[in-house]
Design a protein. Structure first.
Length: 214
């Protein structure tokens, strides 16, 4: 039996369905198609649907821009895969990150039209903007799928998690970009409300240039 839990308020806009088979989950996504606003997390029978909001999307967009500015300064390639559906039917787990990137493994997936996690590597970095709270342990889903690094931004705090022996450990620096001033990023995101987003990205780019020059 499928049971529904809904707890919408100003900080949360999610619906959770329990007792959903993997087949039902796949049929739902097939019936709805690609053009949908909500994102999913599926964890062994529990399906969560969440609707992005402005306070959720703004930090995510800035984090994407910071990563893009960083790789431009490094002059390296990445694949920005956005909210790519990451799933493994053998594990009965799936998740759509707020955004994700192939960095170290970009060359392995360059030009691909689809990703199969049974044969292709997972994204090197996933971003979660946790303005919408989730009752599902998303880190356990990411760990099962083998994502090496997860950034989680919530309430003006950015946490970096690195996968180690099947579990995430809270880290002080990024695996993909160990020189990044992680501790400075939340303040920049807050400043963007007064400075504007592009001005904030330019400040971040200048900071990266300063770091790389030393």
């Amino acid at each position: 039996m499928v049971t529904i839990t809904s707890t919408p308020n100003q900080n949360q806009n999610a619906i959770q369905l329990k007792g959903v088979s993997w087949h039902t989950y796949k049929m739902l996504l097939s019936d709805v198609g690609e053009n949908r606003a909500w994102r999913i997390t599926y964890d062994q029978g529990v399906l969560e649907l969440r609707m992005p909001s402005l306070p959720h999307e703004v930090p995510k967009g800035l984090l994407e821009s910071f990563i893009e500015a960083t790789v431009d300064e490094l002059e390296i390639e990445i694949l920005k895969a956005g909210a790519l559906t990451l799933e493994r039917d053998d594990l009965a787990r799936a998740i759509e990150p707020d955004s994700c990137f192939y960095i170290q493994n970009e060359a392995q997936v360059r030009g691909k039209q689809s990703i199969n996690l049974l044969t292709d590597p997972p994204p090197d970095l996933a971003i979660e903007s946790d303005y919408t709270n989730s009752s599902i342990n998303k880190l356990s889903v990411y760990a099962a799928l083998g994502v090496p690094e997860v950034w989680r931004y919530n309430e003006s705090n950015l946490e970096v998690y690195i996968l180690s022996e099947g579990k995430y450990e809270l880290a002080q620096e990024s695996l993909a970009f160990p020189f990044l001033p992680i501790a400075e990023i939340p303040a920049l995101i807050e400043q963007s409300q007064n400075l504007g987003q592009r001005a904030t990205v330019r400040l971040f780019r200048a900071r990266i240039r300063e770091i790389l020059a030393n």
